[in-house]
Design a protein around this ligand. Structure first.
Ligand code: CU
Length: 144
């Protein structure tokens, strides 16, 4: 008892479930930004995209949980110092919608349920021109 679900184990289960539920697969394919609406598809263990960039910070965000477990969507600035929005924990097939009005910059989207972000439920949102290079200059090769 007390053992956490292993993400790998859960991913296997999701793969099996997804095989019986094409709707979920289609929903995930729709994730991303289109016409000012950002569609986030929560599942084990993804938001449906890893990064999205937009020129304008006024966004309608729609969230659906197609996973088996409860998930939420949390929007913070990069580093997590300021929380712009956080949905309730959504159960399977529950949805949420909210508006964002963001200044140009980098933001993070993730599920705040313990362990979920580390398992892959995280993506970056860049508002404005493509992100400026890191001031320390370049060889980090990505995040972290
Ligand atoms: Cu989650």
């Amino acid at each position: 008892m007390g053992r956490c679900f292993s993400p790998r184990w859960a991913a296997l289960v999701v793969a099996i479930v997804a095989g019986c539920a094409p709707a979920a697969t289609n929903a995930a394919a729709d994730a991303g930004l289109e016409n000012g609406t950002l569609k986030v598809v929560l599942s084990e263990w993804s938001l449906g995209f890893d990064e999205v960039q937009t020129d304008q910070g006024k966004l309608t965000v729609t969230v659906v949980n197609v996973g088996r477990f409860p998930h939420n969507l949390t929007v913070t600035d990069k580093g997590g110092g300021k929380v712009y929005e956080q949905t309730a924990n959504l159960r399977t097939n529950e949805t949420a919608e909210f508006e964002l009005s963001l200044e140009p910059g980098e933001y993070e989207l993730y599920c705040s349920i313990p362990g979920h972000r580390d398992a892959g439920m995280v993506a970056s949102l860049v508002v404005g021109a493509a992100a400026a290079p890191a001031p320390s200059g370049g060889s980090r090769g990505g995040y972290y």
